[in-house]
Design a protein around this ligand. Sequence first.
Ligand code: NAD
Length: 352
Amino acid sequence: MRILITGGAGFIGSALVRRLIEHTEHEVLVYDALTYAGVESSLAPAAGSNRYGFVRADICDAEAVGRALTEFRPQVVAHLAAESHVDRSIDGPGAFVQTNLVGTFVMLNQTLGYWRGLPEAEKAAFRFHHISTDEVFGSLGDEGFFTETTPYDPRSPYSASKAGSDHLVRAWGHTYGLPVLVTNCSNNYGPYHFPEKLIPLIIIRALNGEALPVYGDGSNVRDWLFVDDHARALQAVFERGAPGETYNVGGNAERRNIEVVQTICAILDRLSPRADGKPYADQITFVTDRPGHDQRYAIDASKIRDDLGWTPSVTFEQGIERTVAWYLDNTDWWGDILGDRYQTQRLGVSNG
Ligand code: NAD
């Protein structure tokens, strides 16, 4: 199949691209604006393939989207391009409304025009797959799980913009008949994760001998999914999912933030001990909580398991060990990002 992947230079998009080039015969066209979050070197393992192409353009640019569709003629659009960082959405929500809402509208409208011009058989097989987050469901207490029928209750500018984009996608499915799929996934982690997100930020700051900032008392719970397992889930959904359906994707690996940070510290103590012999956990500091910080997310992923046979292939312990080892072995990848254009001081809005 020919698959157009928006946001393919991002964390999850690049994992999907690497997977499709390495493990399938699909052709891939990455469509990505290369914002601060887009990292071309994450695509290096795929870039040599003759089944790989790249277009640098904005999803809000209707003409460029239309051109990519008519020239590449995809059978699947996997839409991952988004502004994705909750803290940034608190500081500057405008970009989130623009890319996540307006950009998704442009993608849907251009795709609809392209899809209407396809022969009937190709029309039926086509899929517009929208990649979303479990954050649209709001926050859980100590009990319960998000299912595909949990009412939406987004609480940050990021999750509100993603919730709005999910609604637009379903509306284009119901109103115009576009064959759409939606997946809502829990927190991802793994190699090539941009250094501002919790797990890579902690690894890098630990190695640099810096304080390890943990929001509030560290009790917020997230369900963690290894990014390559998310890529497998996305492939299962666009290859075999039923149009119009939503699938929740989760790692069945709930951890409190403080547990995640302590686990990383313990792995680093083994793999790269501090010169002074002290534990990395000594660097942990608690910082002012994120405003409106959701307490707990947890996913019931039984539908994708029962309907499509997908389950996570690695446990959190296996995945986090692999992730820490990857950051130790790939200092060039994150060193370039930090050196070029980024500071690691992002976590905590009070830190600027
Ligand atoms: P990311 O921030 O790492 O990557 C986003 C990519 O989109 C970047 O390559 C960026 O250059 C590109 N992009 C941003 N704005 C664009 C625009 N206007 N036009 C074209 N390209 C643009 O994000 P990610 O973590 O890989 O997340 C990918 C998708 O998965 C997002 O839609 C996100 O909401 C969703 N999601 C993420 C997680 C997670 O834990 N990271 C969990 C569930 C769902």
